[in-house]
Design a protein. Structure first.
Length: 183
């Protein structure tokens, strides 16, 4: 799921990213995968719409076509959402599926609440140590978000994805500390 470090064009294959997210979630949380799988598509689309809202320019035609094709062909997405739903959410500046997929330090959607409960409570309080597959899952979401956030190309895009990853990881850790690790 991670692109080569020296690649000049920042490109994300949506179908490959979707498959990678499913694979990493299944490996990280095999006992919860069946419970979480129906909301995984909502997390994917929440990240896309959140990124589009953060972006400064309208969605370009190439990415619009990619997204339309992905939505048309994706298997197991678990939600009925079309390009017009995404465009309307962006126009209203309201990311799709916040109830399931919102992830802030203070608020956590139902998907993330279930994930947070899997982090051991004996983990150091300064930062939760996550399963390597969950780390890869967060990286996949970070790259997806960066791609639709219209990040610059090359190393700058990779740095933007790293910043996005750290933000997601920190939000998950903060929610865990505030809500599950009160000792």
């Amino acid at each position: 799921m991670l692109p080569p470090a020296r690649k000049q064009i920042f490109k994300v294959d949506l179908a490959q990213t979707w498959a990678g997210l499913q694979e990493e979630l299944r490996a990280a949380l095999p006992g919860l995968y069946d419970e979480l799988a129906p909301d995984l598509g909502k997390v994917f689309l929440h990240e896309v719409t959140s990124a589009l809202i953060r972006g400064l320019d309208p969605l370009d035609e190439e990415k619009k076509d990619e997204l339309w094709l992905f939505l048309d062909e994706a298997e197991g997405l678990g939600c009925a959402c079309g390009l017009t739903d995404i465009e309307e959410a962006v126009r209203q500046k309201k990311a799709l599926y916040a109830e399931e997929a919102l992830l802030t330090a203070k608020d956590c959607g139902t998907f993330w609440q279930a994930v947070v409960k899997t982090v051991p409570t004996d983990t150091p309080k300064r930062r939760s140590e996550l399963d390597p597959h969950l780390e890869q899952f967060l990286w996949g979401l970070a790259y997806l978000g960066t791609y639709f956030d219209r990040a610059p190309a090359g190393k700058e895009a990779l740095r933007a994805a790293e910043v996005r990853y750290e933000l997601l990881r920190d939000r998950l850790a903060e929610y865990w500390r505030e809500h599950l690790c009160r000792t």
